[in-house]
Write a protein that binds this ligand. Sequence first.
Ligand SMILES: [Zn+2]
Length: 320
Amino acid sequence: MPEKNADYYIKKFAQLRIDRSHGRPAPHKPILLLSIIELIERGVILTNEIELTPEIISTFLSYWNALYPEQKGIVALPFFHLKSDGFWHLMPNDGYEKSFNLIRHIKSSYQIRDMVKYAYLDSELFELLSADKSRTMFRRVIIDNYFDFEEKKWLLQAVNLSREALKYEHLLIAEASLPYSVNKPKEKIRVKEKVREVGFRHVIMSIYNYTCSVCNMRILTLEGASVVDAAHIIPFSVSANDDIRNGIALCKLHHWSFDEGLLSIDENYRVMTTPLLSAQRPTEWLLTELSNKQIMLPQNETLYPAQEALHYHRENKFLK
Ligand SMILES: [Zn+2]
């Protein structure tokens, strides 16, 4: 048995068993591995029990759709077939223990969810991917071996964006331990807009678990699309402030209603609806029925929306 060290897995990564019959290596497995690496780096995958979550699917599709917009990316294929490479294993759901070897065609993520509890890597490999330095190396091996020049260029930029956004996310978390301040230092604005947007969204979604704070709606499709937005309480155009406490997770309807001033939030974190709405069923009632409802707040009290920011919203946006 060869020793399962970094060299062993680098060789494995460089020689994935993939279909080359279409003139170029099929990119499914490389893109899945890049997605797994990114989610380990971001702390979204924390243990070596890798479920086919919306986060994996949306990360996979964000790479896929940018590189191959004309072709449908099906994450279920590599999630299943990577098991032939020897370092990726599938834990079957009850009743599916014997059926993996009989399966020839995987069609959808729903099929995977039925059959598979989670996937797991060789523990040696998971450990290597959890360390900064070796993770960078493995990522590089994949990018160098399976993509052409233009794709490589794009992938390196995407990896860079993801890392910058992660740094920004960490900065926002660190900043939330300081007293909230409405006025932000100017230097923050120098962070690239895209980096800011991605970092702010990731941090708010993880704190609110993709759930609308006002109505508790949480719809996350298997394609990773979410009904919930990361909203600014004082608009970014006014405040230039991505402080977590100037943020809140809101579904599309309540984000819009909040921005239009139809909804606000009071000193006790209860929903306010504008008196301009009638309680008429069935239309405006959908909003007015939420009056006085306690909003869903982050577990950690220090990350609650800042009352200074909510005060601004009540005074300047809310239609009284
Ligand atoms: Zn909502």
